[in-house]
Design a protein around this ligand. Structure first.
Ligand code: MN
Ligand code: MN
Length: 291
């Protein structure tokens, strides 16, 4: 791939050592690749052929260290940093649990020239993922964005979390996001004109470079059962696509799609949805470039 003018490189991260509940997301990349075979290139709503506008490659899977989150994040970052042409090629990581987002964010931030103040973040999830520590672990799948904010990779005032729902451990779980200035669009708020709210947020970014992180558990487990920490209710598959299409105009410079657990996905619908989510993310960039 280093000889091609690559716009995006996808890579898998078969790691689920960051979870607190049901493991198995390490098998997500393989299932999503299989499901992607029936994703076609022309995007109907954006009226763009993604494969005519973008050159794409799959770099295979990053190395992981199944017994150690920190070593895995370092190994994934080292793998991702030189892929393609670092100043041009954008990275899409396929998880794996959400802890791996930190590594792809760190690599993306560095490849974009380490912008001071950090990247904007469009985050889709049932969960806040800004919990400081769980059972003493600071790098698990509940914490990638508090670490990214602390390390200057993400600007919390340019971070939108869409689809938050379900019970929290404590109301104090919300404190970090509120204090840091993260914009929350919980699922109940999404139901009242959510697509327009996302579009407003994106418009206020005014072209600022953004990372997009999509945790499949933002979708109702009635539509996406194959995930390790399911939270009932939430976006339908159609609403998830609409939420992503509402990001049109965002400058997406990196992304991940995480938390697909194939062993809980008997008909493959969760992996299929994840493959379509990847297509939607790439289509956002394709439609921006075509103008
Ligand atoms: Mn998450
Ligand atoms: Mn989640």
């Amino acid at each position: 791939p280093e000889n091609l003018p690559l716009d995006w490189t996808l890579y898998g991260v078969p790691f689920d050592g960051g979870v607190t509940f049901r493991p198995g997301a390490r098998f997500g990349p393989r299932a999503i690749r299989d499901a992607s075979q029936y994703v076609k290139p022309y995007h109907l709503e954006h009226a763009v052929n993604v494969c005519e506008v973008l050159s794409l490659a799959d770099a295979g899977d990053a190395p992981v260290r199944p017994y150690d989150i920190r070593e895995t994040l370092d190994a994934v970052t080292d793998f991702a940093l030189p892929l393609g042409e670092p100043a041009r090629t954008r990275l899409l990581a396929v998880g794996g649990d959400h802890s791996i987002a930190y590594a792809n964010l760190r690599a993306t931030w560095q490849r974009r020239g380490s912008p001071r103040g950090g990247l904007a973040l469009l985050h889709f999830d049932s969960h806040l993922d800004t919990v400081d520590a769980v059972w003493g672990e600071r790098w698990g799948h509940a914490s990638p964005f508090i670490r990214a904010i602390e390390d200057g990779l993400v600007d919390p005032r340019a971070m939108l979390s869409v689809g938050i729902k379900g019970p929290l451990n404590t109301g104090a779980d919300l404190d970090f996001a509120r204090t840091a200035g993260v914009t929350l669009l919980p699922y109940e708020a999404w139901r009242e004109g959510g697509a327009a709210r996302i579009a407003d947020f994106v418009a206020r970014l005014a072209g600022r470079e953004a990372y997009l992180s999509f945790d499949i558990d933002v979708v109702d487990p009635a539509f996406a059962p194959g995930t390790g920490t399911p939270s009932v209710g939430g976006l339908t598959s159609a609403e998830a696509l609409a939420a992503l299409r509402a990001c049109r105009g965002a400058t997406v410079v990196g992304a991940d799609v995480v938390e697909v657990l194939p062993d809980r996905d008997p008909s493959g619908i969760t992996a299929l949805l994840a493959a379509h989510v990847i297509f939607e993310i790439l289509a956002l960039d394709a439609v921006s470039r075509r103008g």
